[in-house]
Design a protein around this ligand. Structure first.
Ligand code: DOR
Length: 427
């Protein structure tokens, strides 16, 4: 497919470009930035997209997604998860290992990659589990998973409580140049908790999860990353204390990066006042002070990227008592409009926001994507930042309709998502 994207505002933080530029895509690559387009426009084999007044940027890269396959296909499949990603402007997703079977060996990794190649419409990068069966005891075959295509290891959803095991995991990961993604949660401190611990949880009579359960583990993992000199990436930062610990660690030169999710920088724990299980997520949505600290962290660059922690569940699973509902928010299809609020509120410039959705995540997983450099894979998104949309979960491509943002009016509409030179959204 040949595509000419004409006259859009091209924002590519990897090249410090923010100007009106035309982009030409051929053979799956960014081919050129043509000045005159008359000749190209005459060629009937070229699809011309008029992007004037729109933003053209590298396709977004989501470092935290649950695709659920294998094992939980009733919640999501690689195909539906990829379609949701494309609808959200994401051209690459990094999928977590808490599937069934767990992605703790090369054969599961190969299965995911094969399915992604045959049924997925965006690039899929699997994350291997740190320990076998995510049991926290015995290390997985990290080298074999790396060889099969895993780009990181993580304990997401089921943290490794044994610090010695975590230390060894970091040492192995370092040998293969893999980042270790930490879901920072002390399971003893969070045990039985279903929401943020504080005034709201007391009022609702629900068991709380203290900020300390995250902060204790962020501190531990920073300490271990310093000891092992391994790249540590902290997933879904939710507390002010975690931001503080990150700030201090970065200042000392520890190799640590972090992500924040749209729900953590948009909502406070008041979102569960109506016992809305769609706002039940782990780590929980916290206080206003925590939310403000996350925004500050994004603004200062302490938090490097925005990731969704897309965690689809079925309606039946979520339509139960708050205590019993699974944790998780379906996040791929609301990420951009929620993130654009950060620009509207003056927390980030549009360039900084796009950097946190493209170049920074690509750097963390050492990918050649997240850029519109000539010769790069043609992963591109075109969006209208000003177009008002109303979130409608019934229109989600994802099987997971579990969003606390249903009915919200927001600005920002994805117009086209292009992966490897092919238009994958709209289809
Ligand atoms: O809310 C969450 N849902 N947090 C996690 O850590 C896991 C995820 C899931 O797999 O549903």
């Amino acid at each position: 497919m040949k595509i000419l994207v004409k006259g859009g505002q091209l924002v590519d933080p990897s090249q410090e470009i923010n100007e009106i530029r035309t982009l030409y895509i051929e053979d799956g690559q960014i081919k050129s930035y043509p000045r005159g387009t008359k000749e190209l426009e005459k060629d009937p084999s070229i699809k011309v997209i008029d992007a004037s007044g729109k933003i053209v940027s590298p396709g977004f890269i989501d470092l935290h997604v649950h695709l659920r396959e294998p094992g939980f296909e009733h919640k999501e499949t690689i195909r539906t998860g990829c379609m949701a990603a494309a609808a959200g402007g994401f051209t690459s997703v990094v999928c977590m290992p808490n599937t069934n079977p767990v992605n703790d060996n090369a054969s599961v990794t190969e299965y995911i990659l094969l399915k992604a190649r045959t049924e997925g419409v965006v690039n899929v990068f699997p994350v291997g589990a740190i320990t076998k069966g995510q049991k926290g005891e015995e290390l997985s075959e990290i080298g074999e998973m790396w060889e099969a295509g895993c780009i990181a290891i993580s304990d997401d959803g089921r943290p490794v409580m044994n610090s010695r095991v975590m230390r060894h995991a970091m040492e192995y990961a370092k040998a293969f140049g893999l980042p270790v993604i930490s879901h920072a949660e002390d399971l003893y401190l969070s045990s039985g908790g279903v929401m943020n611990e504080g005034f709201t949880s007391t009022m609702l009579g629900l068991r709380g999860i203290p900020n300390a359960s995250e902060e204790v583990m962020v501190a531990r993992d920073i300490t271990l990353a310093e000891l092992t000199k391994t790249h540590l990436h902290i997933a879904h930062v939710s507390t002010a204390g975690a931001v503080r610990l990150m700030r201090e660690a970065k200042k000392r030169g520890v190799k640590v990066t972090a992500e924040a999710t749209p729900h953590h920088f948009t909502l406070t724990d008041k979102a569960v006042l109506s016992y809305d299980t769609n706002a039940k997520v782990n780590p929980p949505i916290r206080s206003k002070e925590d939310m403000e600290a996350i925004k500050e962290g994004l603004n200062e660059g302490i938090i490097d990227i925005i990731a969704t922690d897309h965690a689809p569940h079925t309606e039946d699973e979520k339509k139960v008592e708050f205590d019993l509902a699974p944790f998780g928010i379906s996040g791929l299809e609301t990420a951009l409009p929620l993130a654009l609020k950060l620009v509207e509120d003056g927390i980030l410039t549009l360039t900084e926001l796009i950097r946190k959705l493209t170049f920074n995540p690509a750097q963390i997983i050492k990918s050649d994507r997240g850029t519109l450099k000539l010769g790069a894979p043609a992963d591109v998104v075109i969006f209208d930042p000003n177009k008002t949309i109303k979130v409608d979960r019934e229109k989600f491509r994802s099987k997971g309709k579990n969003t606390p943002f249903h009915g919200w009016q927001l600005s920002g509409q994805i117009l086209y998502t292009v992966v490897g030179g092919h238009i994958v959204f709209p289809t």
